[in-house]
Design a protein. Structure first.
Length: 105
């Protein structure tokens, strides 16, 4: 079973557009590594964990791994720690920021 990366966002959140870009990037480049779930705290029908007090918040298997958007090297560290059983070819990837600071695929 793949680890669950839950990204908590909110409509009023200024950093949440970038969080959605990051979620999309991870879904596209690492589908074999993570299951990505984006949770909008303002419309969520499920309970929000107590650890989520700001958005965006990233939780990996119910543990907060980032308050706010992570740096590209943080994401690569998550991938590296979760891909020890995957072939080397699936571990490669480049995460980069565009000129405006947002993640791009």
């Amino acid at each position: 079973m793949k680890p669950l990366l839950r990204i908590f966002v909110a409509e009023h959140c200024s950093g949440c557009k970038e969080a959605l870009d990051i979620a999309h990037y991870i879904e596209q480049h690492y589908p074999q590594v993570f299951t990505v779930e984006v949770v909008d705290v303002s419309t969520a029908l499920t309970d929000i964990p107590e650890a989520v007090f700001a958005t965006p918040t990233y939780m990996l298997n119910n543990q907060v791994v980032s308050l706010g958007n992570p740096r590209p090297e943080d994401i690569m560290r998550w991938v590296d720690t979760k891909t020890t059983d995957l072939p080397t070819s699936t571990k490669k990837g480049e995460i980069r920021r565009s000129h405006d600071g947002c993640f791009r695929c």
